[in-house]
Design a protein around this ligand. Structure first.
Ligand code: PLP
Length: 465
């Protein structure tokens, strides 16, 4: 297959040296880290694709913006710089900074949810889901069925199935549904985008029923870029225009600014109505800090304001989407199974198809993580049973997720296309020796936190017959 390389639209004038630990060092690191990718240290790793969250490179404009930071406790100039950027890029009048995405979720969900509530989603990400559980509420997946078929090349596998959404509203009643939320792009389902037509359809349902509509907008610019590339009606719009059209569908967004907004730390809630804004403020003070800094330094707010303006740059986005697709093409050439089409921020390897001889209860996605690290000192993360299996509280039955994925998240503006070649070719080597990988994992320690134990779990390999 012809691979398409899009050259990097930046020059690299500051470098961070990295080395490849030898095999013995890797084995020691695995043991020390309890075979959990979160247990490895940065020094143990050559290419770190654990997450695209807060791991990107800031531009020189962002670094210079840091010096403008106004560190006043209340009403800092830097807050107003952020407010202006949010109004210009996203069209919301109100913004509440928070120290990261889950902090924004804590403020929003802690204010708006109560025990027994139900939140319809396309699919929530793990920390989002855990925050909903933490309030005694439950998310319900309403994503289209194609999301669960890694081989389907549906262009918008993050879309909500409107009949599933209406079914949930009918089943639980809108009194138990304080908000509907859609994750763009759908991280838990392979970084797949949601179409503008679908956002408009969800918005129509939410307005008809009088339910608030929120986006988890961590990867909103990548989503807008996919809409431009794949939704015929939007081909002539700019990415910035599409992003505004996405925002016009919703009442509010929570954002992990560590993703598309191109900063290493930060989060925010943006909303349209003063009433909702006022309602959210007390919890910001309780958990984050005063409402004009929300746990961030003034300099962080400046870098974020600049990052918001940079994230819709079409050359940057074209390279980003193409770089992920390029890694996908290398894997495809080596017949490695992954979720098609390639995601916006990551490749999600189908671990169930890669290691079909390892039962899901023995965590094949996490075994794959260990083997890829062993092979090439590359770190990714399993997003399968270890992260998403739940227990049915009434029967005690363990409910397995429908997908067993291993994610390689590409850091923004950090790695080159030749790093992608190293990653792709190393994984193809692991695929070629897949039949010899004959062990599973058991959890020897797990903290008692529903939905989050994979971050801290200790794992132990054991041989499979
Ligand atoms: C879709 C999505 N929502 C929310 C979060 C949480 O954001 P943060 O890590 O900034 O707390 C993440 C983090 O990966 C995410 O991918």
């Amino acid at each position: 297959m012809a691979r398409k390389i899009q050259p990097e639209p930046f020059r690299i004038r500051m470098v961070e040296p990295v080395t490849v630990p030898d095999r013995q060092q890797r084995e020691e690191a695995l043991i020390k880290g309890h075979f959990n990718m979160f247990g490895l240290t940065s020094r143990d790793i050559y290419i770190d694709l654990l997450t695209d969250s807060g791991t990107g490179a800031m531009s020189k404009q962002q670094w210079s913006a840091l010096l403008r930071g106004d560190e006043a406790y209340a009403g800092a100039d830097s807050f107003f710089a952020l407010k202006d950027a949010v109004r210009e890029v996203l069209g919301f009048d109100y913004v509440i900074p928070a120290h990261q995405g889950r902090a924004a979720e804590n403020v929003a969900f802690g204010t708006l949810l109560k025990k027994g509530d139900v939140i319809p989603f396309n699919m929530p990400f793990d920390t989002t889901r855990a925050h909903i559980f933490n309030m005694g509420a439950n998310p319900v997946d309403c994503v289209i069925d194609e999301a669960f078929d890694p081989g389907s090349d549906h262009p918008f596998k993050g879309d909500v199935d409107i009949s599933k959404l209406e079914g949930v509203i009918e089943q639980y009643g809108k009194e138990r549904i304080p908000l509907i939320m859609v994750t763009v792009t759908n991280n838990s389902g392979g970084g797949q985008p949601v179409s503008l037509a679908n956002l408009r359809a969800v918005s129509a349902v939410a307005r008809r029923e009088g339910i608030l509509f929120f986006l988890d907008a961590a990867r909103m610019a990548e989503n807008a870029c996919f809409i431009k590339l794949r939704e015929k009606e939007c081909a002539d719009m700019t990415v910035a225009g599409i992003l505004r059209a996405m925002m016009d569908c919703v009442d509010a967004i929570t954002v992990s600014c560590k993703k598309d907004p191109l900063v290493n730390i930060g989060g925010m809630i943006c909303c349209r109505s003063e009433e909702l804004y006022q309602k959210l403020l007390p919890r910001v003070i309780l958990y984050e800090g005063f409402v004009t800094y929300g746990g961030l330094a003034g300099r962080d707010l400046e870098a974020l304001a600049q990052g918001l303006k940079e994230m819709t740059d079409e050359q940057y986005l074209a390279h980003r989407i193409a770089q992920v697709a390029y890694l996908g093409d290398i894997l495809d050439d080596g017949k490695v199974p992954f979720v098609k089409p390639a995601g916006g921020h990551a490749i999600f390897i189908d671990a169930a198809a890669f290691l079909p001889h390892i039962p899901q209860r023995y965590y094949p996605a996490d075994v794959l993580g260990i083997e890829i690290y062993r092979e090439a000192a590359i770190r990714g993360i399993g997003l399968g049973a270890l992260a998403f299996a739940t227990e049915d509280e009434s029967t005690g039955e363990i409910l397995m997720p429908r997908l067993e994925l291993f994610r390689l998240a590409i850091n923004r503006r950090t790695y080159t296309n030749s790093h992608m070649e190293y990653v792709g070719e190393s994984i193809v080597k692991v695929y070629q020796r897949r039949d010899s990988i004959r062990y599973g994992l058991k959890v020897s320690y797990a903290p008692p936190v529903k939905g989050l134990h994979h971050f801290l779990a200790h794992l132990e390999p054991f041989d499979l017959k």
